[in-house]
Design a protein around this ligand. Structure first.
Ligand code: UD2
Length: 320
């Protein structure tokens, strides 16, 4: 039985990892500062894990959190492209300084491997599709720069100190427990909840923007595989975590109309600053070196997601 530390354990992806690890009998420690994570996300697993309310910027707390740990799944971050444009210092602190603190603590505690939640935003608005890991990076927003910087720190700690690291470039992960309530929430979480409430969603741009929307179970599986793969296959490396298929915002709106029974129209507004137009992954490298497979496709993932939000939906005008 291995011991895992999940950072951002109360977040959407972190809490999904916690559940998966506990389900297979692993020991789990979690840290979160609740900046974006939610206590409710851990409700029924809280007493089965060692949870600590702590900030990644607190180096002493990170030293303590890393003691006795085999694997770290580093999910803690302040996500969102537009949020980083409003607050680049906050983004850099949480997404870069926090990572370096964690890496120093992991190295000192002789953790076996750190798996990092990197981002597809590192590719930026390069026209080439699909995006593969050997392509040059071209991040646009402060968020994308910060995520890429942390990814480079991961590799640096492998090269300089021999700490095994794996970076998974997430492509728009979605699913149950993704927070729909903030203006910075992921588009599928926002749209699902808005449409279940009969509200009108807003598409930024003409709706032909596309994303390789990836259901959470695929990301959870990629993390577990990244811990288990031989070091020769993955240490110090970067892998796309995606499905290899892209869907436009207009298509997602139509799919959600069917699933939610939403009768109305969508509103169009100008494109968001820092956005990229198209995103699609080549997943060959993860398939080859991690044994990664797409477990749940977009349609099935969206159905499961809407089913979950149905259990959360409140009448219009009320907060979830
Ligand atoms: C980026 C990364 C993603 C992850 C995420 C974390 C890319 C391609 N993806 O996601 O992997 O790191 O950041 O936050 O860089 N939109 C609307 N209406 C809304 C909300 C969003 O039209 O109400 C649009 C938005 O302008 C964008 C698309 O939907 O074109 C996706 O937005 P998002 O915030 O869900 O995710 P994105 O692509 O910034």
């Amino acid at each position: 039985m291995a011991k895992y530390l999940v950072t951002g354990a109360a977040g959407f992806i972190g809490s999904s990892l916690v559940r998966a690890l506990l389900a297979r009998g692993d020991q789990v420690r979690g840290v979160d500062n609740f900046s974006t994570g939610k206590r409710e996300n851990l409700t029924e697993v809280r007493d089965k894990m060692d949870f600590r309310e702590a900030d990644l910027l607190d180096l002493e707390a990170m030293h303590s959190a890393c003691q006795g740990v085999d694997y770290i799944l580093h999910q803690a971050a302040i996500p969102s492209v537009p949020k980083s444009i409003v607050d680049p210092l906050g983004s850099n602190g949480a997404n870069v300084d926090g990572t370096v603190n964690l890496l120093v603590a992991a190295r000192n505690a002789k953790v076996r491997r750190v798996v990092y939640a990197a981002s597809s935003s590192a590719y930026g608005d390069t026209p080439t599709l699909p995006k593969h890991e050997a392509m040059p990076t071209s991040p646009i927003s402060p968020y994308a720069v910060a995520k890429l910087a942390s990814e480079l720190y991961m590799t640096s700690f492998y090269r300089c100190y021999g700490l095994e690291t794996v970076s998974l470039r997430y492509f728009n992960i979605f699913g149950p427990r993704q927070d729909p309530s903030s203006p910075y929430s992921g588009v599928l979480a926002k749209f699902s909840m808005q449409m279940l409430r009969g509200e009108q969603p807003t598409i930024f741009g003409d709706g032909e923007t596309s994303r390789d929307f990836t259901f959470i179970d695929n990301a959870v599986s990629a993390n577990l595989l990244a811990c288990a793969a031989p070091a020769a296959e993955c240490a110090g490396r970067v892998f796309n975590c995606a499905t290899g298929r892209r869907v436009t915002l207009n298509q997602t709106f139509e799919a959600l109309k069917k699933l939610t029974g939403h009768p109305g129209l969508v509103k169009y507004e100008p494109e968001r600053g820092g956005d990229i137009k198209h995103s699609l992954a080549d997943i060959t490298l993860a398939q080859k070196h991690l044994g990664y497979k797409v477990l749940v496709n977009f349609e099935e993932g969206l159905r499961r997601t809407v089913d979950w939000y149905k259990t959360q939906a409140q009448p219009a005008g009320m907060q979830p």
